[in-house]
Design a protein. Structure first.
Lengths: 123, 235
Protein backbone atom coordinates (compact mmCIF):
# COMPACT_ATOMS: atom_id res chain seq x y z
CA UNK A 1 0.00 0.00 0.00
CA UNK A 2 1.28 3.41 -0.98
CA UNK A 3 0.82 6.81 0.55
CA UNK A 4 -0.31 9.39 -1.96
CA UNK A 5 0.38 13.08 -1.70
CA UNK A 6 -1.48 14.55 -4.59
CA UNK A 7 -3.48 17.56 -3.49
CA UNK A 8 -2.41 20.98 -2.19
CA UNK A 9 -3.57 20.43 1.40
CA UNK A 10 -0.83 20.30 4.05
CA UNK A 11 1.11 17.07 3.69
CA UNK A 12 0.63 16.04 7.33
CA UNK A 13 -3.15 16.20 6.90
CA UNK A 14 -3.04 13.93 3.87
CA UNK A 15 -0.87 11.46 5.77
CA UNK A 16 -3.18 11.57 8.81
CA UNK A 17 -6.17 10.89 6.57
CA UNK A 18 -4.53 7.84 5.00
CA UNK A 19 -3.36 6.51 8.36
CA UNK A 20 -6.93 6.79 9.70
CA UNK A 21 -8.18 4.81 6.71
CA UNK A 22 -5.59 2.13 7.34
CA UNK A 23 -6.66 1.83 10.96
CA UNK A 24 -10.42 1.66 10.44
CA UNK A 25 -10.07 -0.80 7.58
CA UNK A 26 -7.98 -3.08 9.78
CA UNK A 27 -4.64 -2.81 7.96
CA UNK A 28 -3.40 -2.09 11.47
CA UNK A 29 -5.87 -4.07 13.62
CA UNK A 30 -7.15 -2.91 17.04
CA UNK A 31 -4.55 -3.49 19.74
CA UNK A 32 -1.75 -4.09 17.26
CA UNK A 33 1.67 -2.56 17.37
CA UNK A 34 1.93 0.57 15.23
CA UNK A 35 5.03 1.24 13.09
CA UNK A 36 7.51 3.94 14.15
CA UNK A 37 7.64 7.46 12.73
CA UNK A 38 10.84 6.60 10.95
CA UNK A 39 9.44 3.45 9.30
CA UNK A 40 6.34 5.21 8.05
CA UNK A 41 8.27 8.30 6.92
CA UNK A 42 10.57 6.11 4.86
CA UNK A 43 7.66 4.19 3.43
CA UNK A 44 5.88 7.40 2.43
CA UNK A 45 9.06 9.15 1.31
CA UNK A 46 8.31 12.13 3.54
CA UNK A 47 10.09 14.13 6.18
CA UNK A 48 10.02 12.41 9.61
CA UNK A 49 8.82 15.65 11.24
CA UNK A 50 5.80 15.65 8.94
CA UNK A 51 4.96 12.03 9.73
CA UNK A 52 5.40 12.82 13.42
CA UNK A 53 2.79 15.55 13.14
CA UNK A 54 0.34 13.21 11.38
CA UNK A 55 0.76 10.60 14.09
CA UNK A 56 0.30 13.21 16.83
CA UNK A 57 -3.07 13.98 15.25
CA UNK A 58 -4.02 10.30 15.40
CA UNK A 59 -3.18 10.31 19.08
CA UNK A 60 -5.49 13.29 19.51
CA UNK A 61 -8.18 11.39 17.58
CA UNK A 62 -7.78 8.61 20.14
CA UNK A 63 -6.85 6.11 17.43
CA UNK A 64 -3.30 5.63 18.67
CA UNK A 65 -2.21 4.97 22.22
CA UNK A 66 1.33 5.82 23.26
CA UNK A 67 2.83 3.47 25.81
CA UNK A 68 5.85 4.66 27.67
CA UNK A 69 7.81 1.52 27.00
CA UNK A 70 6.21 -0.29 24.08
CA UNK A 71 5.84 2.40 21.44
CA UNK A 72 2.40 2.99 19.94
CA UNK A 73 -0.55 0.65 19.58
CA UNK A 74 -3.89 0.95 17.81
CA UNK A 75 -6.82 1.61 20.13
CA UNK A 76 -9.14 -1.27 21.02
CA UNK A 77 -12.06 1.02 21.77
CA UNK A 78 -14.81 0.07 19.31
CA UNK A 79 -16.70 3.35 19.73
CA UNK A 80 -13.64 5.42 18.78
CA UNK A 81 -13.05 3.28 15.71
CA UNK A 82 -16.72 3.33 14.72
CA UNK A 83 -17.07 7.07 15.06
CA UNK A 84 -13.93 7.60 12.94
CA UNK A 85 -15.31 5.18 10.36
CA UNK A 86 -18.52 7.23 10.24
CA UNK A 87 -16.59 10.51 10.03
CA UNK A 88 -14.57 9.26 7.05
CA UNK A 89 -17.75 8.02 5.34
CA UNK A 90 -19.48 11.37 5.92
CA UNK A 91 -16.54 13.29 4.47
CA UNK A 92 -16.53 11.14 1.35
CA UNK A 93 -20.29 11.45 1.02
CA UNK A 94 -20.08 15.24 1.20
CA UNK A 95 -17.49 15.22 -1.57
CA UNK A 96 -19.72 12.98 -3.65
CA UNK A 97 -22.76 15.19 -3.15
CA UNK A 98 -20.82 18.32 -3.96
CA UNK A 99 -19.60 16.80 -7.20
CA UNK A 100 -23.06 15.62 -8.22
CA UNK A 101 -24.53 18.99 -7.32
CA UNK A 102 -22.07 20.58 -9.72
CA UNK A 103 -23.30 18.14 -12.37
CA UNK A 104 -26.90 19.23 -11.69
CA UNK A 105 -28.15 16.38 -9.46
CA UNK A 106 -30.04 17.26 -6.29
CA UNK A 107 -29.63 15.10 -3.18
CA UNK A 108 -32.58 12.88 -4.06
CA UNK A 109 -31.29 12.24 -7.58
CA UNK A 110 -27.83 11.63 -6.17
CA UNK A 111 -29.21 9.09 -3.68
CA UNK A 112 -31.10 7.34 -6.48
CA UNK A 113 -27.82 6.72 -8.25
CA UNK A 114 -26.63 4.79 -5.21
CA UNK A 115 -29.50 2.27 -5.39
CA UNK A 116 -28.59 -0.95 -7.21
CA UNK A 117 -29.89 -1.50 -10.78
CA UNK A 118 -33.62 -2.24 -10.93
CA UNK A 119 -34.34 -0.90 -7.46
CA UNK A 120 -34.46 2.76 -8.38
CA UNK A 121 -38.16 2.91 -9.28
CA UNK A 122 -39.92 5.11 -6.80
CA UNK A 123 -43.35 4.97 -8.41
CA UNK B 1 15.51 26.45 18.37
CA UNK B 2 19.26 26.13 18.13
CA UNK B 3 20.78 28.24 15.39
CA UNK B 4 23.11 26.43 13.08
CA UNK B 5 23.82 29.03 10.46
CA UNK B 6 23.10 32.73 10.13
CA UNK B 7 23.59 34.98 7.10
CA UNK B 8 23.28 38.73 7.52
CA UNK B 9 23.17 41.05 4.53
CA UNK B 10 25.18 38.59 2.50
CA UNK B 11 26.13 40.14 -0.86
CA UNK B 12 28.34 38.86 -3.62
CA UNK B 13 29.35 40.47 -6.89
CA UNK B 14 30.98 38.81 -9.86
CA UNK B 15 32.37 41.86 -11.67
CA UNK B 16 29.34 44.05 -12.29
CA UNK B 17 26.89 41.21 -11.70
CA UNK B 18 25.20 41.01 -8.34
CA UNK B 19 24.74 37.28 -7.59
CA UNK B 20 23.59 37.73 -3.99
CA UNK B 21 21.84 40.85 -2.83
CA UNK B 22 21.63 41.18 0.94
CA UNK B 23 20.66 37.64 1.97
CA UNK B 24 19.37 37.32 5.52
CA UNK B 25 18.82 33.69 6.45
CA UNK B 26 18.87 31.60 9.61
CA UNK B 27 18.87 27.80 9.60
CA UNK B 28 18.16 25.74 12.70
CA UNK B 29 19.21 22.17 13.49
CA UNK B 30 17.27 19.07 12.57
CA UNK B 31 15.59 20.37 9.42
CA UNK B 32 15.49 19.48 5.76
CA UNK B 33 15.39 22.77 3.88
CA UNK B 34 14.86 23.36 0.16
CA UNK B 35 16.83 26.19 -1.43
CA UNK B 36 14.57 26.87 -4.36
CA UNK B 37 15.00 29.26 -7.22
CA UNK B 38 15.26 29.40 -10.99
CA UNK B 39 18.62 29.11 -12.75
CA UNK B 40 20.83 32.07 -11.96
CA UNK B 41 19.01 33.06 -8.77
CA UNK B 42 22.15 32.62 -6.65
CA UNK B 43 21.68 29.14 -5.14
CA UNK B 44 25.15 27.83 -5.95
CA UNK B 45 26.83 31.10 -4.94
CA UNK B 46 25.11 30.99 -1.56
CA UNK B 47 26.10 27.37 -0.98
CA UNK B 48 29.71 28.07 -1.97
CA UNK B 49 29.87 30.94 0.52
CA UNK B 50 28.42 28.67 3.22
CA UNK B 51 31.20 26.16 2.81
CA UNK B 52 33.96 28.70 2.40
CA UNK B 53 34.70 28.22 -1.31
CA UNK B 54 33.72 31.83 -2.03
CA UNK B 55 34.05 34.97 0.04
CA UNK B 56 31.14 37.39 0.31
CA UNK B 57 31.66 40.91 -1.07
CA UNK B 58 29.71 42.26 1.89
CA UNK B 59 27.74 40.92 4.82
CA UNK B 60 28.44 38.19 7.29
CA UNK B 61 27.99 34.46 7.70
CA UNK B 62 28.29 32.48 10.92
CA UNK B 63 28.21 28.72 11.24
CA UNK B 64 27.68 27.65 14.84
CA UNK B 65 29.03 31.03 15.83
CA UNK B 66 32.17 31.26 13.70
CA UNK B 67 33.11 32.23 10.16
CA UNK B 68 33.54 29.44 7.56
CA UNK B 69 36.95 27.83 7.94
CA UNK B 70 38.72 24.64 8.91
CA UNK B 71 36.33 23.96 11.80
CA UNK B 72 33.19 24.43 9.70
CA UNK B 73 34.53 22.14 6.97
CA UNK B 74 34.66 19.38 9.54
CA UNK B 75 30.94 19.92 10.20
CA UNK B 76 29.73 20.46 6.65
CA UNK B 77 29.23 17.71 4.10
CA UNK B 78 29.08 19.22 0.62
CA UNK B 79 27.73 17.81 -2.62
CA UNK B 80 28.89 20.11 -5.45
CA UNK B 81 26.75 20.74 -8.50
CA UNK B 82 29.30 18.96 -10.66
CA UNK B 83 31.68 16.03 -10.26
CA UNK B 84 35.27 16.79 -9.32
CA UNK B 85 36.72 13.30 -9.06
CA UNK B 86 39.62 12.08 -11.19
CA UNK B 87 38.30 9.75 -13.88
CA UNK B 88 40.88 7.06 -13.22
CA UNK B 89 39.95 6.56 -9.58
CA UNK B 90 37.69 3.76 -8.42
CA UNK B 91 34.65 3.94 -6.15
CA UNK B 92 36.64 2.13 -3.42
CA UNK B 93 39.48 4.68 -3.74
CA UNK B 94 37.01 7.48 -3.11
CA UNK B 95 35.73 5.76 0.02
CA UNK B 96 39.32 5.42 1.30
CA UNK B 97 40.01 9.07 0.53
CA UNK B 98 36.90 10.30 2.31
CA UNK B 99 37.65 8.02 5.25
CA UNK B 100 41.13 9.56 5.53
CA UNK B 101 39.82 13.07 5.14
CA UNK B 102 36.82 13.25 7.43
CA UNK B 103 36.69 12.13 11.05
CA UNK B 104 32.89 11.73 10.86
CA UNK B 105 32.98 9.39 7.82
CA UNK B 106 31.22 6.08 8.55
CA UNK B 107 32.74 3.40 6.38
CA UNK B 108 30.12 0.76 7.22
CA UNK B 109 27.41 3.16 6.18
CA UNK B 110 29.26 3.83 2.91
CA UNK B 111 29.42 0.11 2.19
CA UNK B 112 25.74 -0.40 3.04
CA UNK B 113 24.80 2.46 0.75
CA UNK B 114 26.97 1.07 -2.05
CA UNK B 115 25.03 -2.18 -1.82
CA UNK B 116 21.68 -0.38 -1.81
CA UNK B 117 22.66 1.86 -4.72
CA UNK B 118 24.29 -0.93 -6.72
CA UNK B 119 27.78 0.61 -6.65
CA UNK B 120 30.81 -1.68 -7.05
CA UNK B 121 33.98 -0.72 -5.17
CA UNK B 122 36.23 -1.65 -8.09
CA UNK B 123 34.35 0.30 -10.77
CA UNK B 124 36.44 3.10 -12.28
CA UNK B 125 34.72 6.46 -12.22
CA UNK B 126 35.16 6.90 -15.97
CA UNK B 127 32.91 3.87 -16.57
CA UNK B 128 29.99 5.25 -14.54
CA UNK B 129 26.91 6.83 -16.09
CA UNK B 130 25.81 10.32 -15.07
CA UNK B 131 23.12 8.91 -12.79
CA UNK B 132 25.54 6.46 -11.15
CA UNK B 133 28.13 9.22 -10.58
CA UNK B 134 25.45 11.25 -8.90
CA UNK B 135 24.64 8.28 -6.65
CA UNK B 136 28.30 7.74 -5.82
CA UNK B 137 28.81 11.37 -4.81
CA UNK B 138 25.69 11.20 -2.70
CA UNK B 139 26.87 7.98 -1.03
CA UNK B 140 30.14 9.70 -0.04
CA UNK B 141 28.45 12.84 1.23
CA UNK B 142 25.69 11.06 3.18
CA UNK B 143 28.15 8.65 4.84
CA UNK B 144 29.34 11.51 7.02
CA UNK B 145 27.60 12.32 10.31
CA UNK B 146 27.67 16.03 9.52
CA UNK B 147 25.98 18.97 11.23
CA UNK B 148 25.10 20.49 7.89
CA UNK B 149 24.67 18.79 4.52
CA UNK B 150 24.85 21.17 1.57
CA UNK B 151 23.48 19.37 -1.46
CA UNK B 152 23.73 21.44 -4.63
CA UNK B 153 21.33 20.05 -7.24
CA UNK B 154 21.52 16.41 -6.15
CA UNK B 155 18.79 15.33 -8.58
CA UNK B 156 19.51 17.46 -11.64
CA UNK B 157 20.07 15.45 -14.79
CA UNK B 158 18.91 12.06 -13.52
CA UNK B 159 15.74 10.20 -14.45
CA UNK B 160 12.63 10.34 -12.20
CA UNK B 161 13.12 6.84 -10.76
CA UNK B 162 16.70 7.66 -9.79
CA UNK B 163 15.51 10.95 -8.29
CA UNK B 164 13.14 9.10 -5.99
CA UNK B 165 15.92 6.74 -5.03
CA UNK B 166 18.25 9.64 -4.29
CA UNK B 167 15.66 11.40 -2.13
CA UNK B 168 15.04 8.14 -0.21
CA UNK B 169 18.78 7.79 0.35
CA UNK B 170 18.96 11.31 1.75
CA UNK B 171 15.96 10.67 4.01
CA UNK B 172 17.22 7.40 5.43
CA UNK B 173 20.83 8.45 5.93
CA UNK B 174 20.99 12.01 7.17
CA UNK B 175 22.10 12.65 10.72
CA UNK B 176 18.84 13.58 12.45
CA UNK B 177 20.45 16.27 14.58
CA UNK B 178 21.92 17.81 11.47
CA UNK B 179 20.34 20.03 8.84
CA UNK B 180 20.13 19.26 5.14
CA UNK B 181 20.01 22.09 2.62
CA UNK B 182 18.98 20.91 -0.85
CA UNK B 183 19.16 23.31 -3.76
CA UNK B 184 16.99 22.50 -6.75
CA UNK B 185 14.51 23.83 -9.24
CA UNK B 186 12.75 20.42 -9.43
CA UNK B 187 10.38 21.21 -6.61
CA UNK B 188 7.70 18.58 -7.08
CA UNK B 189 10.38 15.92 -6.61
CA UNK B 190 11.55 17.23 -3.23
CA UNK B 191 8.56 18.98 -1.73
CA UNK B 192 7.32 16.14 0.48
CA UNK B 193 10.77 15.63 1.96
CA UNK B 194 11.20 19.25 3.07
CA UNK B 195 10.43 20.92 6.38
CA UNK B 196 11.02 24.40 5.03
CA UNK B 197 11.33 26.15 1.70
CA UNK B 198 13.58 29.12 0.96
CA UNK B 199 12.76 30.94 -2.29
CA UNK B 200 15.67 32.76 -3.86
CA UNK B 201 14.95 35.32 -6.55
CA UNK B 202 17.65 37.43 -8.18
CA UNK B 203 19.94 36.98 -5.22
CA UNK B 204 17.35 37.75 -2.55
CA UNK B 205 15.43 35.55 -0.14
CA UNK B 206 11.80 36.29 -1.01
CA UNK B 207 10.21 33.55 1.12
CA UNK B 208 11.29 31.32 3.99
CA UNK B 209 8.46 29.26 5.44
CA UNK B 210 7.51 25.74 6.49
CA UNK B 211 6.12 23.70 3.58
CA UNK B 212 2.88 22.80 5.34
CA UNK B 213 2.46 26.39 6.47
CA UNK B 214 2.74 27.53 2.82
CA UNK B 215 0.13 24.94 1.85
CA UNK B 216 -2.14 25.99 4.71
CA UNK B 217 -1.80 29.70 3.96
CA UNK B 218 -2.03 29.67 0.16
CA UNK B 219 -4.04 26.49 -0.51
CA UNK B 220 -1.37 25.60 -3.03
CA UNK B 221 1.56 23.23 -3.17
CA UNK B 222 5.02 24.79 -2.96
CA UNK B 223 5.55 23.68 -6.55
CA UNK B 224 2.44 25.54 -7.73
CA UNK B 225 3.34 28.65 -5.73
CA UNK B 226 6.86 28.60 -7.16
CA UNK B 227 5.57 28.40 -10.73
CA UNK B 228 3.22 31.27 -10.07
CA UNK B 229 5.82 33.52 -8.49
CA UNK B 230 8.45 32.92 -11.09
CA UNK B 231 6.12 33.02 -14.06
CA UNK B 232 4.97 36.51 -13.13
CA UNK B 233 8.56 37.66 -13.29
CA UNK B 234 8.68 37.00 -17.05
CA UNK B 235 6.26 39.73 -18.02
Amino acid sequence: MQFEIRDPRPIWQQLAQQLRERIVTGVYPPGSHFPTVRELATQAGVNPNTMQRAMAQLELDGLLITNRTAGRTVTEQRDVLDSMRRQLARERTEEYLKYLEALGFDRRAAADLLAPEGEDNHE
Amino acid sequence: MNELLTCTGLTRYFGQTKALDGVDLTLTSGKIVGLLGPNGSGKTTLIKIMNGLLQPTAGEIRIMGSAPGVASKGMISYLPDRGYFPEWMRVGDMIEMFYDFYADFDRDKAEDMCRALGLEADSAIKTLSKGTREKMQLMLVMSRAAKLYLLDEPIAGVDPAAREFIMQTILTNYNEDGTVLISTHLISDVEQVLDEAVFLQQGRVVLHEAVDSIRERTGESVDALFREMFRAQLY
